[in-house]
Ligand binder design. Structure first.
Ligand SMILES: Cc1ncc(COP(=O)(O)O)c(C=O)c1O
Length: 465
């Protein structure tokens, strides 16, 4: 039986602090799913509180769904999301029973995520003014007050913080779509790193744009290759993720950023800077939007910081594009639902939201260390602060074969195919997302399966003929 004894922070009622300490211990993996909690009297004695305080704390934790009490037996950590088959999912598809998801780029699960949203929604329902604003039409770009609050939050994260150039979006994908809508015409040439976020590739296809894949290496986009393309035919737009390429994790070096901006100025190229893959500020380079604010559209989103389902993000653009952006939003859906913008703003302002981000940064750092250690034999690539691992496969191994074998063994990963901007063959590699597993234990299990599968001899493709 666990003798779990939390260290309690100051502030707030004790029962709530104990319940929150429980949530954190579960999130960190200190308390495993299904584990029995100490009997109430024992914990009360250890913490020097009354049994009533512990009863209330356990009841609070149960109310949030973190623990469950079993009559006559005690209180147990609720089975993890994964064991309840909620870790693995593909958007719009049924959950895959028992799979460990390493394919979707999501922040690590934590009970504070649901709690943050709950508190934000409760605060809205308690505020007649917020309710009234949420039921009204608002300006297309978002209300002035909400834009200012999102800008202030972004400023705290070291991201663009000018509310007058910020448009509220329904997440990063919407930001990409809006940017393409106002910048391009069908048939325009759009360039991006040869391997890039599939959502951009699909949006460009849907807008009937012509793709140009720019070669890349560990230092990011090859700016000389872009210069050669510009000499032949400058693209209208360059889309890039300079701080963290998705899928390879490459970061664009400072000198390349300067050259890229110079080229963009010389050939009048618009830059779309996608910063959705959140990295702590210390791990980022100089934003393109800072180097070339007159031609850069900067995209951010709450998806990797608060929750993907919120669908709230921002597009920071040069002033001369704001009217066109407003028209595009109005033509699509009039505005982003103000209720969701308000929920996101309240959550951004909740001190627990900041606490959650601090936890997430530490948790992802621990997960990254674990992955780099477990897979060290295969020279995995991952920059500090990232939740992605790029794993070039040993000679003779193929991504599709690995994907199929891992799926059979309960681990979901994508192949690099959907990340290919052009028609060059995809590299034989895997991208592992460290965020989605319910706990570090689940991640460790998945990594062992990846390791074992890689260490076996390749399977024969004859079987499938
Ligand atoms: C680089 C990049 N841009 C945009 C998105 C989409 O973000 P959102 O979920 O906010 O639409 C993702 C999602 O993984 C991404 O990796």
């Amino acid at each position: 039986m666990t003798i779990w004894t939390p260290e309690l922070d100051d502030g707030g009622p004790r029962y709530r602090r104990i319940a929150e300490a429980l949530a954190e211990a579960i999130g960190r993996g200190d308390l495993a799913s299904g584990e029995k909690l100490p009997p109430q009297r024992q914990l009360a004695d250890r913490l020097g509180v009354t049994v009533g305080t512990i009863t209330r704390a356990y009841a609070e934790a149960q109310r949030h769904g973190w623990v469950e009490s079993r009559v006559g037996s005690g209180t147990y950590v609720r089975r993890s999301a994964e064991e309840e088959d909620t870790t693995s999912f593909r958007a719009g598809q049924p959950l895959d029973r028992g799979m460990i998801e390493l394919g979707m780029s999501l922040p690590p699960p934590h009970p504070l995520r649901a709690q943050g949203l709950k508190r934000a929604l409760e605060a809205i329902t308690d505020s007649p003014e917020a309710l009234r604003a949420a039921t009204d039409y608002q300006p297309e770009a978002g209300s002035e007050a909400q834009r200012a609050r999102i800008a202030a939050w972004q400023g705290g994260l070291g991201l663009p913080d000018d509310p007058d150039r910020l448009v509220v979006t329904q997440g990063g994908q919407h930001g990409i779509q809006l940017a393409l809508q106002v910048l391009t015409q069908p048939g325009d040439l759009v360039a991006a790193d040869a391997l890039t976020y599939p959502g951009f590739i699909r949006a460009a296809q849907q807008a009937h744009l012509r793709p140009a894949a720019i070669p890349m290496d560990e230092g990011g986009l090859d700016v000389d290759a872009l210069a050669r393309l510009c000499a032949r035919q400058p693209p209208r737009v360059l889309y890039t993720t300079p701080d963290l390429n998705n899928p390879t994790g490459a970061r664009l070096g400072e000198a390349r950023r300067e050259r890229l901006v110079a080229l963009a100025r010389e050939h009048d190229i618009w830059l779309i800077e996608d910063a959705v893959q959140y990295l702590p500020q210390a791990n980022r380079g100089t934003p393109l939007v800072e180097l070339a604010p007159e031609r850069t559209l900067h995209i951010f989103s709450t998806s990797k910081v608060l929750a993907a389902g919120l669908r709230i993000g921002s597009l920071t653009a040069p002033e001369r594009l704001l009217e066109r952006l407003g028209t595009a939003i109005r033509a699509q859906s009039w505005m982003v639902p103000p209720l969701m913008v308000e929920a996101a703003c309240r959550w951004m302002e909740d001190p627990d939201g900041r606490e959650l981000l601090r936890w997430q940064i530490d948790e992802l750092a621990a997960r990254r260390r674990l992955a780099l250690e477990r897979l060290a034999a295969y020279a995995p690539l991952s920059q500090e602060g990232s939740s992605l691992i790029w794993l070039p496969l040993p000679t003779g191994r193929r991504s599709s074969e690995m994907q199929a074998l891992l799926a059979r063994r309960g681990v979901k990963v994508p192949t690099p195919e959907p990340f290919c901007m052009g028609s060059e063959p995809a590299p034989q590699a895997l991208r592992l997302c460290l965020g989605p597993p319910a706990s570090r234990e689940a991640l460790a299990r998945a990594l062992s399966i990846v390791d074992e599968t890689l260490s076996e001899a390749p399977t024969s493709p004859w079987q499938t003929l």
